[in-house]
Design a protein around this ligand. Structure first.
Ligand code: AQP
Length: 350
């Protein structure tokens, strides 16, 4: 059966990009699938947060999950470090993944910058831990923003190499299903996980520069809308968002050379759960002086209730902690089952 897994790092205030690209999709998928949603605190160690920041950040992402509408009873919500099997499987995958694969990761190149020698080994090996997060549940689908596509390809590469290398033993143990790799058929233990990257919000761009991704770590506050921004902040940031002097085009072919305009229309479409075409049917030919206030009203209407609920939830830290502990207990059972198999497959237990 399909199984959804995804994670969000507790590395700062959640942005509208995180919400539309990931969390809003998590909420939609839980209607039709079994889902596991994780606050990936081990990943956050790659930016060396203070212990206090990490605790607060972790609770705050958990609060955002719940406030957005994720049901932690029907589905599993927890923080990564409580389930030690993630780290255990990540070591196995460090031994499966190749330096060359990780060297090609654009996120590592961007985050390490010029001073590669000083980048942490954890930042480099990040995608192997991410593959472990997903595959420790043998998850089949992962909803993410477009920026994570490359890491998901690596997850498939890891699964494929593991299946190929250990195919015979997987077969002897009766733990695999037949899987095609090129011309060959192997006994596959790990599934070939599919990314779920669709809709108008796969890549929300900075409000100051339509060619840059909206990001928690952008130094400009005006570049992003935070999930916890006040109504005034949201309206101000949209008013100041970079645009051009032309009115909105009549159809979606008319955004050539206008990434900022296209981004605002995409945000409107994602918030109102329609398409870019539908938004242009209403606003095509209109000026930004008309469109921006409408977008600000819509953003406030959709985001304010989430921010209010997050604040309410964060007043009762004991409740959030018990949700995470309960989720971790349930996740551990599933993760341990995989690790038991994996250790048999590898020859670590017999
Ligand atoms: N701008 C975006 N548009 C659509 N989706 C996005 N995501 C992030 N930015 C956008 C998606 O949000 C999920 C959680 O992201 P994350 O916190 O795990 O890591 P990230 O991608 O590194 O997020 P940021 O905001 O860009 O943080 P920094 O500034 O630290 O790099 C993922 O599914 C991601 O695709």
């Amino acid at each position: 059966a399909p199984l959804i897994f995804s994670g969000v790092q507790p590395t700062g205030n959640l942005t509208l990009g995180n919400y539309l690209g990931a969390i809003k999709k998590f909420v939609a998928l839980q209607e039709t699938h079994d889902c596991i949603y994780c606050v990936v605190d081990l990943h956050a160690l790659t930016i060396n947060p203070s212990p206090k920041e990490l605790v607060n950040g972790t609770r705050s992402i958990a609060a955002a999950f719940l406030a957005a509408g994720i049901d932690p009873v029907k589905h599993i919500v927890f923080n990564q470090s409580r389930v030690h099997q993630h780290a255990e499987l990540a070591w196995v995958f460090n031994c499966v993944a190749r330096m060359g694969w990780l060297n090609r990761m654009t996120q590592f190149k961007e985050k390490a910058g010029k001073d590669r020698e000083n980048a942490s080994v954890g930042l480099f090996a990040y995608p192997a831990l991410m593959a472990a997060d997903i595959l420790v549940y043998r998850a089949t689908h992962v909803p993410v923003g477009d920026d994570q596509k490359q890491h998901l390809e690596l997850t498939r590469d890891v699964a494929q190499k593991f299946n190929y290398d250990y195919s015979d033993h997987i077969g002897e143990l009766g733990l695999g299903v037949p899987m095609e790799i090129g011309e060959e058929t192997v006994n596959g233990y790990f599934p070939m996980t599919e990314p779920v990257i669709e809709g108008p919000a796969t890549r929300i761009m900075s409000l100051r520069d339509g060619t840059k991704k909206m990001s928690k770590s952008d130094p400009s506050e005006l570049s992003r809308i935070n999930l916890t921004d006040t109504a005034d902040d949201i309206a101000k940031k949209i008013r100041k968002a970079k645009t051009d002097p032309e009115p909105l085009p009549g159809d979606s072919g008319g955004f050539e050379g206008r990434p900022e305009a296209e981004n605002l229309v995409n945000i409107y479409a994602a918030l109102s759960e329609t398409t870019k075409e539908e938004v242009l049917r209403e606003f095509g030919g209109k000026q930004f002086s008309v469109f921006k206030p409408a977008l600000a009203d819509l953003a406030v209407e959709k985001l304010s209730p989430i921010a209010d609920e997050m604040r309410r939830l964060l007043d009762d830290k004991g409740h959030i902690d018990s949700v995470l502990a309960n989720g971790a207990e349930r996740a551990s059972v599933l993760a341990e089952k995989t690790m038991t198999d994996v250790k048999k497959i590898l020859g670590l237990s017999w």
